[in-house]
Design a protein around this ligand. Structure first.
Ligand SMILES: *[C@@H]1O[C@H](CO)[C@@H](O)[C@H](O)[C@H]1NC(C)=O
Ligand SMILES: *[C@@H]1O[C@H](CO)[C@@H](O)[C@H](O)[C@H]1NC(C)=O
Ligand SMILES: *[C@@H]1O[C@H](CO)[C@@H](O)[C@H](O)[C@H]1NC(C)=O
Length: 250
């Protein structure tokens, strides 16, 4: 987010009023009936705050964004104060801008941005994974308004979660499809996550997954663990063999 501060325009008018009744925010684009400014990514918003009613030109104004003070250039605080956000980003969604008199914070006005954006899904990627490894595919589904549906496909058919081969988790930001112990004949293919947005329509992302043969690796810990297992198994084998051997010897 980049903030820009315009110059004050009406400094020459003099008023002899003793107090201010309120402050007013004028915005482009305009505030809707819910007190929200409807915006899309890459657009800009300009907010101008002015004392209302009986006006004192030198009334000091303060801007807050979500309760934190916005630093304003000198000359942009007295009588009229402007804040621009250009361009808006998804992080500006639900940001509330409040303008108040420096001397009395209860005399204030606020507007809130409603920045809409589609889920960030597009394109395709190739993924190569070895047999027996864990496959995790993730799709970024964060959007405003929230996506109305999300589905995962493998080779054009909806992934069957009931069979227990795949697990899907969704934390509102990311939808993850995962499966333990990949097998070539079960898991190789073209995956797709498809999101529907009531506002932006259909979005998807494709993953071409290739399952390769397991290469023999020698990571230290698994090897040691493996050795212990082999050793124990051998012991057990010998022990049970002994029983059999003894049986035979009887
Ligand atoms: C601030 O403004 C409110 C509303 O006009 C008024 O009731 C209150 O007394 C003012 N407070 C101060 C410290 O001036
Ligand atoms: C923001 O705008 C979208 C699209 O018009 C709407 O669906 C959503 O309800 C709005 N958000 C809020 C908090 O009103
Ligand atoms: C998906 O399609 C590809 C190419 O036709 C095929 O090789 C693969 O086995 C299929 N995967 C599954 C899980 O059916």
């Amino acid at each position: 987010m980049k903030l820009m501060y315009g110059p004050p325009l009406f400094h020459l008018l003099l008023y002899f009023a003793s107090h201010t009744l309120g402050v007013r925010i004028e915005s482009v684009p305009a505030v809707n009936s819910d007190g929200l400014i409807q915006m899309e990514l890459e657009q800009s918003v300009s907010l101008v705050c002015q004392p209302e009613g009986v006006l004192e030109t030198d009334e000091e104004l303060v801007w807050l964004r979500n309760g934190a003070a916005v630093s304003l250039k000198e000359g942009n605080t007295k009588g009229r104060s402007q804040v621009c956000v250009t361009p808006v980003i998804s992080g500006d969604n639900e940001a509330t801008f409040t303008c108040h008199l420096r001397k009395n914070a209860t005399i204030s006005a606020s507007v809130t941005l409603n920045v809409t954006y589609p889920p960030q899904l597009s394109g395709s990627q190739e993924i190569s994974i070895e047999e027996e490894e864990t496959l995790v595919l993730g799709c970024d589904i964060w959007a405003n308004p929230q996506v109305s549906s999300l589905s995962w496909m493998l080779n054009g058919s909806t992934v069957d979660l009931l069979e227990g081969v795949f697990t899907v988790t969704n934390d509102g930001f990311t939808s993850q499809l995962s499966t333990n112990r990949v097998e070539k004949n079960l898991h190789e293919g073209t995956y797709q996550c498809i999101a529907h947005s009531s506002m932006y329509g259909r979005y998807d992302q494709v993953f071409y997954v290739t399952v390769t043969e397991r290469t023999i690796k020698f990571p230290l810990m698994p090897l040691i663990a493996g050795l212990v297992v082999v050793f124990l198994t051998t012991l057990l084998a010998v022990a049970s063999r002994w029983k059999n051997i003894r049986k035979c010897c009887k």
